[in-house]
Design a protein around this ligand. Structure first.
Ligand SMILES: Nc1ncnc2c1ncn2[C@@H]1O[C@H](COP(=O)(O)OP(=O)(O)OP(=O)(O)O)[C@@H](O)[C@H]1O
Ligand SMILES: [Mg+2]
Length: 855
């Protein structure tokens, strides 16, 4: 049943027998059945979803459980109305919570799935794209350079195919994979096997899937690469904040229960009161609120062509202060074209392009340059076949093929000019090969420079007739070459790039180009799109720098060229070291390491699988405009979450706190448990509109960073203010009006509702509330909650809750107090919202915001 142990030692026929399939792919029907039999190709533990489960989960939370029990106990002991109301309110809150969450989260999840990695499988005789999850044993898959291999499989056909299994086996170099029997049980030598989670480096292969999901050789290790979702510092802080409040609450409850029991108050009553208070105090809604707001943010961002894979990265995007980007495809158009083919002297000659196209075709790379070469010389490789290869890699910046054709066995090398020229000892011009010395090399490099200054990027092509037996190419073979000439490519900047960069700069985000291309090309482009082109650092420059020196250099340099993949990630780290929140936008295999290290990895739809897998967000259009839109949305979302948190940390919390204190000095309960629960429910309802609220331009104008100290400052100013007015109400009711318990509770309920709900309109904006009105949804949710709260005591239903109609004098004075409270809150606001966390310009030397993924 498990054909996958050492499957590479078996023949395709034997495996097909075990898997009950043929070697020409499955039918859709068969695949569907197998999906049921084998399960999805992922080993994420299926999360309990579904409505009943979501409700159960909430009901089983300790506080709800206690309240349910208490409610039923009340009913049983005679207080039918009281007990019933408590249970009813609980059911309503849980319903509110569940509906809100279910809806938004599902939609966000669906979006995430829409950019899930795709795999090419043969179904009903043709190759089609399905999501990786739907690959099943028995499928024929096709993988190409840049893909993450979706399942374990036996290679049936291959063309220049190499796979990088570093993450699985630790073997740092790509290994060639081709069909053919292997006898060894050793995984590392299974040259006919593909393993889930490895990266296809070059070429193309077709394989028979023998293992999916957890049933793969590297199992969980592989899926960690494919499906990782780490917590961001923002989420961790939120969690911690929740814990602090929970502990405070617990302490408070213990004190109240002890004190009131000592005072001889009825136990059940006290217990219910303190649990209700705990419900009011705990930010039990916080996780739901952040998830819902983030999910709503994700949905809105999708409308602006940004698909969010990791929800918490929305905040990180809003906090981003530096965006590093690859050059081709984002700053320049993705479609590179072959502009000219030149011989070593600079004269037009098609030979370089022809050899380049042969190498591109046989070499199996899938880069933009190869595509341009193939398009530029159609049919050039007719009559040529592959005998050996040394695959292109971004560190050597060249690759070679051993091709057999009309000229006999020939080694063809193409790559970055300085890399290729260093290997040449002769050059061919006008049909003749002549010696190539330093003088010729310098002239050739000057030609490259001249081309670059005209905006053309070039690669060099060299060759040499192959002597001796045909075998695979090694580094030592790449010497003593004949320089054949250059291929020059046009790669002009996108017309929209400069404007987008200006817009990002206005939003407080600095752009840096991190390219593998020639520094001269990079410099010219930087100038064209409005970046500082004064100094350009190259990979060679930074290789000799210490981390400290690099961290200083990256502050002022905006353009980098000739970077190896690990140098891109090194620069990202250097920026992070000085406190910047760094985004990286890239699409190639060579961008994957930097995408992983960056705080926010951005890739584009259609990018290589590795890049997409490493990214947190996928742009549906490769355009900086889209990033700028996304940043705006991200900041908006974050601002809305902040509203919630601020509200919870001040008014709501303050109210419950003063109530707890009052319960210790009053001979009666300051509010009945069901009144507290009602208070909490109405307050929660009033906030339902927050995720839909608008945000003022100024709140999204600069990178926004989660600022725990700032929040504490806010709470420390607004909390006591709210408590002060609670105590004033308290004092007036007791001493001025000598209010009876029922009137006292009703009035305090009204005061508490009015302050909590109305202060939303003040806290939600940094500006004047009357100049920055809330969106209809928030206005509606809070005003409805407020109206219900105010109207209740005056209706017959109010009596169920133990409300009475307060006297006019009482109402008038409390109304007056609420107005003064709101006025003071508005006056103190500017002082309370001052950020304590200096916004990062990359210079404050304070890494208070560690990169989420760098750890
Ligand atoms: N297929 C190829 N054949 C030959 N040389 C190549 C090929 N791909 C890349 N190179 C060489 O390697 C260099 C780095 O590659 P590339 O420019 O794609 O890196 P990058 O960092 O992705 O750059 P960009 O910022 O332009 O996207 C190129 O400038 C070129 O000289
Ligand atoms: Mg690139």
């Amino acid at each position: 049943m498990t054909p996958h142990s050492m499957f590479w030692t078996q023949t395709p026929e034997a495996l097909c027998g075990l898997l009950h399939c043929k070697t020409d792919g499955l039918t859709t029907m068969d695949a569907t059945n197998r999906q049921i039999q084998y399960g999805p190709n992922s080993d994420a533990i299926a999360k309990a979803t579904g409505l009943p489960r979501a409700i159960m989960r909430r009901m089983l939370e300790p506080l709800s459980l206690i309240l349910f029990v208490a409610g039923f106990v009340s009913m049983a002991t005679g207080d039918i109305t009281g007990g019933f109301i408590i249970v009813a309110i609980l059911v309503l809150s849980i319903g509110l919570d569940t509906i809100q969450e279910g809806h938004a989260v599902k939609a966000a999840e669906a979006l995430r799935r829409s950019v899930a990695l795709k795999a090419e499988v043969k179904r009903d005789g043709v190759f089609v794209e399905v999501s990786v999850e739907h690959v099943v044993p028995g499928d024929m898959i096709r993988v190409r350079a840049g893909d993450i291999i979706p399942a374990d499989g036996l290679v049936m056909e291959s063309n220049a195919f190499t796979a990088n299994e570093a993450a699985l086996t630790g073997e740092p170099y790509p290994v060639e994979k081709r069909p053919g029997a292997v006898a060894t049980p050793n995984v590392g030598e299974a040259s006919n096997a593909l393993f889930r989670g490895a990266v296809a480096q070059t070429g193309e292969a077709i394989a028979l899937v023998v293992g999916t999901g957890g049933q793969t050789i590297f199992g969980a290790a592989a899926s960690a690469l494919i499906e990782e979702q780490a917590l961001s510092p923002f989420q961790r802080d939120l969690h911690e904040y929740g814990l602090v409040v929970a502990r405070l609450t617990l302490a408070l409850v213990v004190v109240i229960v002890a004190a009131r029991t000592l005072l001889g108050q009825p136990i059940l009553n006290t217990l219910l009161f303190s649990v209700a208070l705990a419900v009011g105090l705990t930010p039990e809604l916080l996780p739901m609120i952040t998830t819902v707001t983030l999910s709503r943010g994700a949905i809105r961002m999708a409308g602006r062509k940004v698909i969010v894979k990791r929800l918490a990265s929305i905040h990180d995007l809003g906090a981003m202060s530096v965006l590093c980007t690859d050059k081709t495809g984002t700053l320049t158009s993705a479609e590179i074209t072959l502009a000219s083919s030149l011989d070593p002297t600079g004269a037009d000659n098609g030979r370089a392009a022809k050899l380049g196209a042969i190498a591109a075709n046989l070499g199996g790379d899938r880069g933009a340059l190869d595509a341009a070469l193939l398009k530029g010389s159609l049919g050039a490789s007719d009559g040529w076949s592959l005998s050996g290869r040394h695959a292109f890699d971004f560190t050597r910046r060249l690759g070679s093929v051993l091709a057999d054709g009309p000229e006999g066995p020939t080694l063809i090398i193409k790559g970055a000019p300085e890399a290729v020229l260093a290997l040449c000892s002769r050059q061919r011009a006008g049909g003749f090969a002549s010696a190539m010395g330093d003088k010729e090399r310098t002239m050739a490099l000057e030609k490259v420079r001249a081309l670059a200054e005209d905006g053309l990027r070039s690669i060099a092509v060299a060759s040499r007739p192959w002597q001796g037996a045909v075998r695979n190419v090694e580094t030592s073979d790449e010497a003593d070459l004949v320089f054949e000439g250059f291929c020059a490519f046009a790669d002009p900047p996108k017309p929209t790039a400069a404007a987008a960069i200006t817009r990002l700069a206005a939003a407080g985000i600095r752009l840096k180009i991190l390219s593998g291309d020639d520094p001269v090309v990079v410099r010219r482009l930087a100038g064209l799109v409005g970046l500082s082109a004064r100094s350009v650092l190259s990979g060679a420059d930074i290789a000799s720098m210490s981390d400290e020196a690099l961290a200083i250099q990256v502050q002022s340099v905006d353009a980098f060229g000739r970077l190896a993949p690990d140098q891109k990630s090194r620069i990202v780290r250097a920026l992070q070291a000085k406190g910047a929140v760094v985004g990286f936008l890239g699409d190639g295999i060579n961008d994957a390491p930097a995408l992983k290290v960056a705080d926010i990895g951005l890739s584009v739809d259609g990018a290589t699988g590795v890049a997409q897998a490493a990214a947190d967000m996928i742009l549906l259009a490769s355009d900086l405009e889209v990033v700028a839109d996304g940043v705006e949305e991200g900041r908006r979302t974050f601002a809305n979450i902040l509203k919630y948190i601020r509200m919870g940390a001040s008014s709501n919390f303050g109210n419950m706190l003063s109530m707890a204190m009052a319960s210790l000095v009053l001979p009666f309960l300051p509010m009945l448990p069901m009144q507290i629960l009602l208070n909490n429910l109405l307050y929660d309802f009033s906030e339902v509109g927050v995720p839909f609220d608008g945000v003022r331009g100024e709140a999204t104008a600069k990178p926004q960073v989660w600022d725990m100290r700032g929040l504490i400052r806010f709470a420390a100013i607004m909390g006591p203010l709210s408590s002060l007015f609670d105590f004033l109400t308290f004092g007036i009711l007791i001493w001025a009006f000598r209010a009876a318990p029922d009137e006292f509770r009703t009035t305090w309920f009204l005061e508490s509702m009015m302050t909590q709900i109305l202060v939303i309109f003040i806290i939600r904006t940094n500006g004047r509330p009357w100049r920055d009105l809330p969106r209809p949804m928030l206005a509606a949710s809070s005003l409805i909650a407020l109206l219900v709260a105010i109207a209740l005591p005056f209706t017959p239903i109010g009596t169920w809750f133990g409300f009475v109609i307060p006297s006019f004098a009482v109402l008038a004075s409390v109304g007056g107090l609420v107005l003064i409270y709101l006025l003071l809150a508005e006056l103190l606001k500017p002082w309370a919202i001052k950020t304590t966390r200096k916004l990062v310009s990359g210079r404050d030397g304070q890494a208070v915001w560690p990169s989420p993924k760098a750890a």
